[in-house]
Design a protein around this ligand. Structure first.
Ligand SMILES: *[C@@H]1O[C@H](CO)[C@@H](O)[C@H](O)[C@H]1NC(C)=O
Ligand SMILES: *[C@@H]1O[C@H](CO)[C@@H](O)[C@H](O)[C@H]1NC(C)=O
Ligand SMILES: *[C@@H]1O[C@H](CO)[C@@H](O)[C@H](O)[C@H]1NC(C)=O
Ligand SMILES: *[C@@H]1O[C@H](CO)[C@@H](O)[C@H](O)[C@H]1NC(C)=O
Ligand SMILES: *[C@@H]1O[C@H](CO)[C@@H](O)[C@H](O)[C@H]1NC(C)=O
Ligand SMILES: *[C@@H]1O[C@H](CO)[C@@H](O)[C@H](O)[C@H]1NC(C)=O
Ligand SMILES: [Cu+2]
Length: 636
């Protein structure tokens, strides 16, 4: 009797699975691949983050477009993600449970219980010195689960493909999405097409199949409404990237694509500024206003990362702290945040987590507690069973991975830190420096020119499209008149400093800046041709009781250089720039229902324009050096 029931159940499962595959669901292996009862893997994975999970091998994570060029690794990536997506949602190694570590449904993760009485935000740390390190552990755990999965799946391939797939599985690491890099080909966008398509073809062990793309959405199976406190998230059965507050209609990736393209110049300049002018970990690491000491340190890797969260769909899952980890794009985004953190660590190796009071409670810590490099990053553990701390993962090699730009520097023992730093800086200049006036410095522009010539054959047309509009770019724009911007090896940077209560609108919101008035219709703001840049506040949703202030920066410099090149102003000196900006710099606040919010009603909002003289580097192994940043005038 028991056997009969099992058979019926198995047959039913098989039917259900093929039905899913027919309507572009998960990959159909032709047999049951459920691991829910397989204890070996479970024990091996635990919540441990350690290179032991990778047999002590250190392998570089690749940019997602680069990974796609390796068909075996790419196939295993898609299949491994697909496998955890369709795994029973009560299983701790399901995508559902792993995504649930971040915030909602605010439940214990695999028996790691809540440690505070606060109605808290989950395990994740934001506005905290632990923001980069907690997310590093989280990415590593996710990577470890996918790595194990890739290993299992590679074992299903037979014949001569078997050993090849097994090799690819051993070297599997999660990819990152470099959203600050100028896209390469003429038709390329900042958003890779593989993330934006609803279905994807995969060459699995049971043949080529078209499956639901696990990078496009997570399909709840089923949706558990009580896990998601807010309407309409408790009614939407898949994750979406959308501008529509009702979450109805299709996931609108075209909007995400256009918005990311429009924001690229500003994102790139902010990133370049973080590498050049943020030597202190406490300020680099997170958005909390409480650690700021001057006018030149309002930005942070967290504030920059917020922009990508809201650009991935203003009202979709990615735009809210509570839901974001359910959108698969989250892990690509955060792997890149981790990469930026790792690159920054090479430039500033001595700056590290210092004690700072927590701004919020989490599941395992209270607001006001001192956080430091030895604070447990729950729910993650080391191999020896002790809680993982920031100190344990200061060096990514202790987690079994690194990044291509760091691998390219060669083994640390063979070269001095100064030469590693010089080599990495050259790469940062190449990847992210092209909107900076530092490119006008004679030595830099000669090097820039060489690069430009080498690249222009395929890249010129793209660069013109993507970096067009209101920004100046060394590789494609008309240069400003000699001596107008760069004077005695110095130029001026112009920035907008924004400060606001993170929970002012009980929701995420964005503040776009324009040259002259923005379009009347708020849905056109994100890609307006006179958009200079946007800053975002990434928050929870409804009834957020916490109060905390954050800060960020929008860069104006490349837009102003363009105005000099176009002869609208003569220089970047305050006598020219201040009157221009006082008359023409405009901004909007885009609130929860896309509305045009009156800035005066936004709690704590202050906006000011600041400027600094900056010494251009002598050559491309150096970064620009900022002098003191002074506030020029206040907008609000
Ligand atoms: C998901 O929701 C949509 C819209 O409510 C509905 O059309 C669709 O059938 C649902 N899909 C599943 C698998 O439940
Ligand atoms: C949201 O989508 C629904 C259904 O497609 C549509 O009726 C509504 O007008 C949309 N709202 C906005 C603001 O676009
Ligand atoms: C870094 O910034 C924090 C916050 O402003 C400050 O307390 C700390 O002393 C700074 N660290 C160093 C090494 O300057
Ligand atoms: C570091 O933080 C932990 C709690 O997270 C605390 O127990 C410890 O005393 C702190 N250490 C220092 C040196 O502040
Ligand atoms: C990181 O670890 C590797 C070995 O795993 C070591 O060679 C390297 O020196 C470490 N880097 C730093 C900055 O400590
Ligand atoms: C680049 O400039 C720095 C600072 O002036 C100098 O120390 C270094 O030797 C220069 N490097 C090259 C390759 O010219
Ligand atoms: Cu995030």
């Amino acid at each position: 009797m028991k056997i009969l029931i099992t058979c019926i159940l198995l047959a039913f499962c098989a039917l259900a699975q093929s039905a899913l595959a027919d309507s572009a669901g998960g990959y159909d292996y032709g047999f049951d691949v459920d691991i829910s009862n397989d204890q070996t893997d479970r024990t091996r994975i635990g919540h441990v983050v350690s290179k032991r999970a990778f047999n002590d091998h250190i392998v570089s994570r690749q940019e997602i477009r680069k990974l796609q060029e390796s068909p075996d690794a790419w196939t295993l990536y898609i299949l491994a993600l697909d496998a955890i997506h369709w795994r029973d949602q009560s299983d701790s190694l399901s995508f559902y449970q792993i995504a649930g570590i971040h915030a909602v449904p605010w439940k214990a993760y695999d028996e790691v219980e809540q440690d505070t009485d606060d109605p808290a935000s989950g395990f994740c740390h934001h506005n905290s010195v632990l923001f980069p390190t907690w997310h590093r552990a989280y990415m590593s755990f996710f990577e470890q689960v996918l790595h194990t999965e890739a290993g299992r799946i590679s074992g299903y391939y037979g014949g001569e493909r078997g050993p090849r797939m097994e090799e690819a599985a051993r070297n599997f690491r999660i990819p990152f999405w470099d959203w600050a890099m100028t896209p390469e080909g003429p038709d390329d966008h900042v958003l890779p097409p593989s993330i934006a398509q609803a279905t994807i073809e995969v060459d699995g062990p049971n043949g080529i199949q078209e499956i639901a793309n696990p990078l496009f959405s997570y399909h709840f199976h089923p949706l558990i409404p009580q896990d998601f406190t807010n309407d309409p998230f408790n009614r939407c059965n898949m994750t979406k990237r959308t501008q529509n507050e009702t979450l109805e209609g299709e996931s609108d990736n075209e909007q995400v694509r256009d918005q990311m393209d429009a924001l690229l110049p500003n994102i790139q300049q902010r990133l370049y500024q973080l590498f050049s002018n943020y030597p202190n970990y406490t300020m680099f690491s997170n958005a909390a206003y409480s650690s700021r000491t001057g006018n030149g340190d309002f930005d942070s890797v967290e504030s920059l990362h917020d922009v990508i969260h809201t650009a991935a769909g203003m009202h979709g899952h990615m735009a809210f702290i509570w839901y974001s980890a359910f959108d698969p794009i989250f892990f690509l985004h955060h792997a890149n945040v981790d990469r930026i953190f790792a690159l920054w660590q090479v430039i500033y190796p001595d700056s590290w987590v210092e004690s700072f009071p927590a701004r919020y409670s989490t599941w395992t810590g209270r607001a006001g507690d001192l956080q430091n490099a030895t604070t447990a990053l729950a729910p993650f553990y080391r191999y020896d069973g002790l809680p993982t701390t920031s100190d344990d993962l200061r060096n990514t090699t202790s987690l079994g991975y690194m990044y291509p730009e760091i691998e390219a520097l060669g083994p640390e023992s063979s070269v001095t830190w100064a030469s590693r730093r010089a080599k990495l800086t050259r790469e940062l200049n190449r990847l992210y420096g092209s909107s900076s006036p530092s490119q006008l410095a004679p030595a830099m522009s000669r090097q820039g020119l060489k690069r430009g010539v080498a690249k222009s054959r395929h890249f010129k047309s793209t660069r013109q499209t993507r970096l067009a509009g209101l920004s100046w770019n060394a590789e494609t724009s008309k240069p400003p008149p000699m001596g107008s911007v760069l004077v005695n090896s110095k130029y001026r940077e112009w920035i907008v400093n924004v400060h606001v209560n993170k929970h002012a609108l009980q929701s995420s919101f964005v503040i776009p800046f324009f040259l002259d008035d923005g379009p009347g219709d708020s849905s056109a703001w994100a890609k307006a041709s006179n958009l200079i840049g946007t800053t975002s506040v990434f928050s929870g949703k409804d009834h957020v009781l916490m109060q905390d202030h954050v800060s960020s920066t929008v860069t104006l410099t490349s837009a102003l250089v363009k105005l000099v090149a176009d002869d609208q102003i003569q220089s970047l000196e305050p006598t020219e720039v201040v009157p221009l900006l006082q008359g023409r710099l405009k901004y909007k606040v885009q609130g929860p229902d896309s509305t045009d919010v009156d800035p005066a009603t936004v709690d704590g909002l202050t906006i000011s324009v600041a400027s600094a003289k900056v010494v251009a580097p002598d050559n491309d192994t150096e970064l620009p050096k900022w002098e003191e940043v002074e506030t020029q005038f206040t907008l609000l």
